[in-house]
Design a protein around this ligand. Structure first.
Ligand SMILES: Cc1ncc(COP(=O)(O)O)c(C=O)c1O
Length: 361
């Protein structure tokens, strides 16, 4: 078996699988970007070649999301974790409270990071494999914004319905499920997502912000973290992640050719349903997420004993099914099924799960 055979299917949460045709295209881009005579890695961010790439990426993202003109797209560095503090820096003003929904690991991280920059109000908390329903959120009328996490990647919990808009801007960390399904963007003041799950390469963070929210950054916010200044500079206050933006452009073109967000949602539901069917067949595999909150992109489960988790991971790896360990904060098994993960990979995993249960159950 060659190394490539051993690593046949990856279910990693970050970075995720990229479609084979994207890998082929960006391999060629690394050698030469179109007629520029340069590698795509060498393009100056101030030059025309990169300006065209950035404009096309924005065009594709606007088209796939059907994004109204009143929203600005920022192509930033720093990951979603940097947004955890950038948000209150930009939107909390000098003293306004901010509403947060605590639904799992990543929203907890967002709350901890924001606490140093604003008066955080936790308006709802989830427990025992469930998410707090939007109708139960105690949304304040004086908050600067209301933040929630649409997919809790560590626990495998996902809001399948989007909250309603209110007078307080709604903000979502969509890092795990951005571009895996349609988004009613007009309900949101701002959404953000790292690219390494569904939009290509690590290093790029997308922020989509309503223009009414620009221009409120706290005094002394660094220019590279100031939404208004980045919007005015076309995301070029400092060097943007140029190559990751090109990969995002390739991914967006591919996504549109695959039928856009409706088709992506159908594919992701079908992929996850294959694994949940094996999990639900009996009591061998246990999914802690309540059925209505089960994620279609982060399928998390456990086996009857922790030793079996380890054996499962080892045998899966030997069968070319890689990076299935759960998030360190949660443990167990996690299959991340982002847009680049194929049906073939998921079928291979479902077959392996059935076979493992037959042999070890
Ligand atoms: C929902 C969510 N938010 C935030 C993050 C952190 O993203 P980054 O590592 O790009 O900062 C992750 C990473 O998995 C995530 O799943």
């Amino acid at each position: 078996m060659t190394k490539a055979d051993e690593m046949r299917f990856s279910f990693a949460s970050a970075s995720s699988k990229l479609p084979a045709e994207i890998l082929a295209a960006i391999s060629a881009d690394v050698i030469a970007w179109q007629a520029s005579g340069m590698s795509a890695l060498e393009l100056p961010f101030t030059g025309k070649d990169f300006a065209d790439i950035l404009a096309q990426a924005e065009h594709e993202l606007r088209a796939v999301l059907e994004l109204p003109e009143c929203y600005r797209i920022l192509f930033l560095q720093g990951g979603a974790s940097t947004q955890f503090t950038t948000l209150p820096m930009n939107l909390a003003g000098e003293a306004r409270p901010c509403d947060y929904v605590l639904s799992g690991h990543w929203s907890r991280r967002a709350i901890e990071a924001a606490s140093g920059w604003c008066d955080v109000r936790v308006i709802a908390s989830g427990s025992n494999g469930s998410l707090p329903e939007p109708a139960s959120w105690r949304r304040s009328s004086d908050a600067a914004y209301c933040h929630y996490t649409s997919n809790e990647t560590a626990e495998g919990l996902q809001y399948h319905e989007y909250p309603e808009a209110s007078d307080v801007p709604l903000i979502a960390d969509m890092t795990a499920d951005f571009l895996t399904r349609p988004i009613p963007i007009e309900r949101f003041g701002l959404v953000y997502a790292s690219a390494q799950k569904n939009l290509g390469a690590a290093g790029l963070t997308i922020v989509i912000v309503h223009e009414d929210l620009l221009g409120q950054a706290k005094h002394a916010t660094p220019a590279s973290l100031d939404y208004a200044r980045q919007a005015a500079a076309g995301s070029k206050v400092n060097t943007p992640p140029t190559f990751a933006i090109l990969v995002a452009l390739r991914m967006l073109t591919w996504l549109r050719a695959q039928g856009g967000l409706d088709a992506a949602a159908a594919r992701n539901i079908a992929k996850s349903a294959k694994l949940y069917a094996v999990i639900d067949a009996d009591n061998f595999y246990r999914c802690l997420a309540a059925p209505r909150y089960r994620s279609s992109v982060s399928v998390c489960f456990r086996l009857p004993q922790p030793e079996l988790d380890l054996l499962f991971l080892q045998e899966a790896q030997e069968n070319g099914l890689c990076h299935l360990q759960g998030h360190p904060a949660v443990g167990g098994i996690r299959a991340s099924l982002y847009n680049g993960v194929t049906d073939e990979a998921v079928t291979a995993l479902a077959d392996f799960m059935s076979d493992f249960k037959r042999r070890r159950g």
